[in-house]
Design a binder for this molecule. Structure first.
Ligand code: PLP
Length: 272
């Protein structure tokens, strides 16, 4: 078994650290108040996929929190150099208190299994569609470690016997998953909500998927009603990849041709 790899940013650059030793100060607002930003990347064939997109999104999230990102030069390279498994999960975290690190862990078998299909439930985030974009302090579209709500939503899904969640607005628009981007296919057209307009995270996987798509797509707002009526529903995220939704609120669905193609094409792109 490959051990967890931890690399910490020090004043002299990145250094290897013992993952079993505590790292974050007890008075770090990143810990006390969830004021940290993070990215999660997929490692495949010994390299991290989409590093540039992830690091620029990390910078955008940090700017939204007015949080300084220290130079990360050599951080990922040092971590990857210690990793001897072909697959893995690479996280980069920067806290308000100034701790920055990369953590490389194994790819969970349960995540790989979900590529075959996930069951999801629709959960209401309780705000109307226009509110989050008009209220930047709600931090819609920011990848911060204030993800307790997202994790609670996943527990609610599990309590209902499902794997995942599609968040919707109080006025019935589709947003995103707690850790994924949502897309659906109707009459051969793939639709995904516009991140800026509804204040969701711009997914790096969705971005790659659009370049791999062999058909038309629309980046536009859509309703839960439309989602339920769609031919295919997909959840996309870096580590899991393209996961077709095979049950939505208990209603069984098929893996369709667009989802099957994107899942395969994305895996091929990740493997390089
Ligand atoms: N939306 C949210 C809220 C996320 O946390 C994530 C990733 O974790 C995504 C979407 C998907 O982003 P990506 O495809 O870059 O992993």
């Amino acid at each position: 078994m490959t051990e967890t790899v931890l690399v910490v940013v020090s004043p002299d650059g990145p250094v290897l650290a013992d993952p079993s030793v505590p790292l974050v100060r007890a008075d770090d607002a990143g810990l006390l108040r969830g004021e940290s930003v993070f990215e999660t990347m997929r490692v495949a064939s010994g390299r991290a996929f989409g590093v540039e997109a992830h690091l620029s999104r990390l910078a955008r999230s940090a700017a939204r929190l007015a949080l300084e990102v220290p130079p990360l030069d050599g951080l990922l390279e040092l971590a990857l150099g210690q990793w001897d498994a072909p697959d893995g999960v690479l996280r980069v975290v920067v806290t308000r208190g100034g701790t920055a690190f990369a953590l490389l862990t194994e790819l969970p078998a349960s995540t790989v299994a979900q590529r075959a299909g996930v069951s999801a439930v629709v959960l209401d985030l309780g705000v109307p569609a226009d509110l989050r974009a008009a209220s930047p302090w709600l931090l819609g579209g920011v990848k911060s470690t204030s993800y307790a709500v997202n994790m609670a939503a996943l527990r609610e899904a599990a309590a209902r016997g499902a794997d995942d969640v599609v968040f919707c607005t109080s006025d019935g628009e589709v947003l995103e998953g707690p850790t994924s981007t949502c897309a659906w296919v109707t009459d051969g057209v793939l639709v995904t909500p516009p991140p800026d307009e509804v204040a969701i995270l711009p997914g790096t996987t969705m971005h790659v998927a659009l370049s791999l798509l062999q058909g038309p797509y629309e980046v536009r707002r859509g309703t839960v009603e439309e989602l339920r009526a769609a031919d295919e529903v997909l959840l996309l995220s870096s580590v899991r990849g393209v996961a077709p939704v095979v049950a939505l609120d208990g209603v069984r669905r098929e893996v369709g041709p667009v989802g099957a193609h994107l899942r395969e094409a994305f895996e091929a792109a990740v493997q390089g």
